[in-house]
Unconditional design. Structure first.
Length: 296
């Protein structure tokens, strides 16, 4: 499997953007079947460069995340990133997990502080890490992994000092050894450009900063997502969603159109790639890539 840092370097050399997809571990056997028999095969038609698999709050899906990552790489030869968090784990436990990852052939990680189980305020485990930069440092010292970190174009909701303080924390994660940044979803490209320009021009960041995009499937769904991650909904987008109301089919069509325009604007601004939050569904992401001329 390739290192993600090399995938972005090769994309830059070739003058082409990198496209990647994110999945979450399904909660049921039927969800697993759909992911591997329907969703993944459909998305592979779009020839992604890599994919990633999330990690449940408190590490609740750790073992399943690893099984899915290993299976995707083994069955489909698609480079896959495993999410890894600081929550509920000591240094020793994370060291053991890294050895397990290496044995499974998993060499790409997204290092996150993570969310505590049941919500609430984050508290480091005794003997664990308090900040994602410490996790990045630890991973970098343990062996040759390619390490990504999360970025928040509108600032992290837990950073009370504001977005510029949050962006300085991101710079610390990069200085600790991160190779690339995947951003939280956003709906106004101006938020991403302000974030990217501050990191590159003011803070001197040189690693790939990759925008994360989601296609809206329903009004209720996007309200839940934005409430959790702190992303804002621009007024024109909110107004259009209000007009469509509970017509989820119409909202989904509009979501594909909106995300396509977002991606067009991002690609015109020379982003290194786009990371799609697929929500374990293929149709919308494939349609967007077809609209962009990037999929069969």
């Amino acid at each position: 499997m390739q290192f993600i840092r090399d995938i972005y370097a090769n994309g830059r050399t070739a003058g082409r953007p990198v496209f990647s997809f994110e999945f979450f571990p399904p909660k049921t056997d039927e969800g697993d079947r759909i992911l591997f028999e329907k969703t993944l095969p459909a998305l592979l038609q779009a020839r992604p460069d890599y994919c990633s698999v999330t990690y449940g709050a408190g590490g609740s899906t750790r073992d399943k995340t690893l099984r899915i990552v290993e299976r995707i790489q083994r069955q489909h030869a698609l480079t896959t990133v495993a999410h890894l968090t600081c929550v509920c784990a000591t240094r020793e436990q994370i060291g053991e997990l890294l050895a397990q990852l290496r044995a499974l052939g998993i060499r790409n990680l997204l290092a996150l502080r993570g969310d505590p189980p049941g919500g609430g305020e984050f508290q480091p485990a005794p003997g664990g890490f308090e900040f994602a930069r410490q996790l990045v440092q630890f991973i970098r010292a343990q062996g040759d992994f390619s390490i990504g970190v999360a970025g928040f174009p509108e600032g992290h909701t837990a950073c009370r000092a504001g977005r510029h303080a949050d962006w300085r924390h991101l710079k610390e994660k990069i200085d600790a050894g991160a190779d690339f940044v995947l951003t939280q979803l956003f709906f106004d490209n101006a938020d991403f450009f302000r974030f990217r320009d501050h990191l590159t021009r003011e803070l001197g960041v040189q690693v790939p900063i990759v925008p994360g995009v989601v296609s809206i499937l329903s009004g209720a769904q996007i309200q839940r997502f934005t409430a959790m991650c702190g992303a804002s909904i621009p007024a024109p987008l909110a107004a259009r969603l209000a007009e469509l109301g509970g017509d989820d089919a119409a909202v989904a069509e509009f979501g594909i159109e909106y995300a396509t325009r977002q991606c067009e604007g991002l690609l015109q601004a020379d982003v290194p790639g786009i990371h799609f939050y697929t929500l374990n569904k293929a149709a919308a992401t494939v349609r967007i890539l077809q609209n962009l001329g990037r999929a069969r």
